[in-house]
Design a protein around this ligand. Structure first.
Ligand code: ATP
Length: 440
């Protein structure tokens, strides 16, 4: 595994992402649009895998969580009630010397500009609201003001009663959502770590009021383990409790799952005890009752909420950083992304030994057999050695080679990305063999 303190690692990931088609700077042909990124052919697959792996763990493999997909455009009433209009601010300062703008709470030295080095050059901090504001419809009036959601969470709170009545759940139960969020960040930075448009994977887990602390602990452990199971080394992860002065306005306790980025420890996911804050606020502002009524006991209460909130795009970056490796094998250097099979863009690739016309029909046959089961790349360009290197570099955990022996013995070779071992397998059992190797 690569050394995470390797200062070059970050640039290597940014370059590889561009070169191989994971992530492109947005609007590049127009000179780029600062801190906005497009996910290329490999990135689109990988990001989808990150979200699917989260969904599988948080919804599919549980019986106490349901999903929703709520609107991104939302009326001010939601953000008034949630407290975002008043509180979702970052303190912004400008350097009078170089005119660069910073988040005051992120400055290492509050007296020195990290851009030009000037001392005492900052303006007074101003509170800057991070929500993107727009207008619905053709008239740009106050009545038409609309916000792009800065988190997916409020969609779960405003639909609490809809979900409760349509699914007949009782606490503890959760509502999960994956989708885009938007924050007008003062200083977007570090590639896809902090962008103005990003994807979140959030769970709002509703519990009886006296069970908040125990579920917070449960979710901290569960979420940390999720990253480890998908291949991030345990020593590159830690849980950090927020200090009292760091807590959000709604929180009675927050832990961050932190990852060791090339620039140091930083947030990967936040897990907060939001108490009954959101449901109570929305009940007050909407005039609706947002509570759980237990028919068996006659008990009525406002559940407390534990929220594990992860960034899909930020998580994808952590997976790329943790998976990157360079090694020397048999006198040759190779770059390899040791991505978990659930996360890798392709699970396998069909590689005919050459473009020879005798090999093509059987290679296509193998591709047709494999592709309904696994995301599979078919590649017959360049030499076989270069194609193995490419698959290593994009993280494909297995590759299937079709050679001239295949025509005789109806078998193919499966090559393992990490060990580079090769085994011969009959074509008609190749899907089973891959399934065993990939653990899928
Ligand atoms: P920070 O303090 O870094 O601004 P935050 O504490 O405001 O982050 P949360 O509101 O807890 O972040 O958001 C939950 C998760 O959403 C974060 O852990 C992160 O993975 C992701 N996230 C938040 N903001 C961004 C962003 N601007 N770009 C990419 N991912 C983000």
């Amino acid at each position: 595994m690569s050394d995470q303190s390797d200062p070059g690692l970050f640039d290597k990931i940014v370059n590889l992402s561009k070169r191989r088609g994971f992530v492109f700077p947005s609007a590049e042909i127009y000179g780029g649009f600062r801190s906005t990124y497009d996910y290329g052919p490999l990135g689109a697959l990988m990001l989808r895998n990150v979200k699917d792996a989260w969904f599988r763990s948080m919804v599919q493999l549980r019986d106490d969580v349901v999903a929703i997909d709520a609107a991104i455009l939302s009326p001010p009433a939601i953000w008034e009630a949630s407290g975002h209009l008043e509180n979702f601010n970052d303190p912004m300062v400008d350097c009078r010397n170089c005119n660069e703008r910073f988040r005051e709470d992120q400055l290492e030295d509050p007296d020195t500009c990290p851009n030009c080095g000037a001392k005492g050059s900052f303006t007074e901090a101003r509170q800057f609201n991070l929500m993107f504001k727009t207008y619905s419809g053709p008239v740009e009036s106050d009545a038409a003001v609309t916000y792009l959601r800065p988190e997916t969470a409020q969609g779960m709170f405003v639909n609490f009663m809809n979900v409760l009545t349509t699914t007949r759940r009782r606490p503890p139960f959760g509502i999960a959502q994956v989708g885009k969020s938007f924050r007008n960040e003062i200083t977007p930075q570090n590639f896809i770590f902090r962008t103005r448009e990003f994807e979140q994977m959030e769970l709002e887990y509703f519990v009886p009021p006296d069970e908040g602390a125990q579920w917070l602990e449960y979710w901290c452990t569960a979420r940390l383990n999720w990253y480890v199971e998908l291949g991030i080394p345990r020593e590159k992860l830690r849980l950090r409790a927020h200090d009292a002065d760091e807590l959000s306005h709604y929180s009675a306790g927050t832990f961050d799952v932190e990852f060791l980025y090339p620039w140091g420890w930083g947030e990967l996911e936040g897990i907060a005890n939001r108490t009954d804050y959101d449901l109570t606020q929305h009940a007050k502002h909407s005039g609706e009752r947002l509570e759980y009524f237990d028919q068996a006991t006659g008990e009525r209460y406002v559940p407390h909420v534990i929220e594990p909130s992860a960034g899909a795009t930020r998580t994808m970056m952590a997976f790329l950083l943790a998976a990157y490796d360079e090694e020397e094998v048999r006198g040759e250097r190779r770059t390899v992304l040791r991505l978990h099979p659930l996360i890798a863009p392709y699970q396998t690739a069909v590689l005919p030994l050459s473009k020879n016309e005798r090999l093509v029909p059987v290679s296509r046959e193998v591709f047709d057999l494999v592709k309904p089961n696994f995301m599979t790349e078919y590649d017959e360009t360049q030499s076989i050695g270069r194609r193995y290197r490419r698959q290593d570099e994009i993280g494909t955990p297995t590759a299937i080679t079709v050679d001239f022996d295949t025509l005789e013995d109806k078998s193919v070779t499966i090559r393992d990305r990490d060990s580079m071992d090769q085994v011969r397998v009959p074509i008609d059992s190749v899907v089973d063999a891959l399934r065993r190797r990939l653990g899928l």
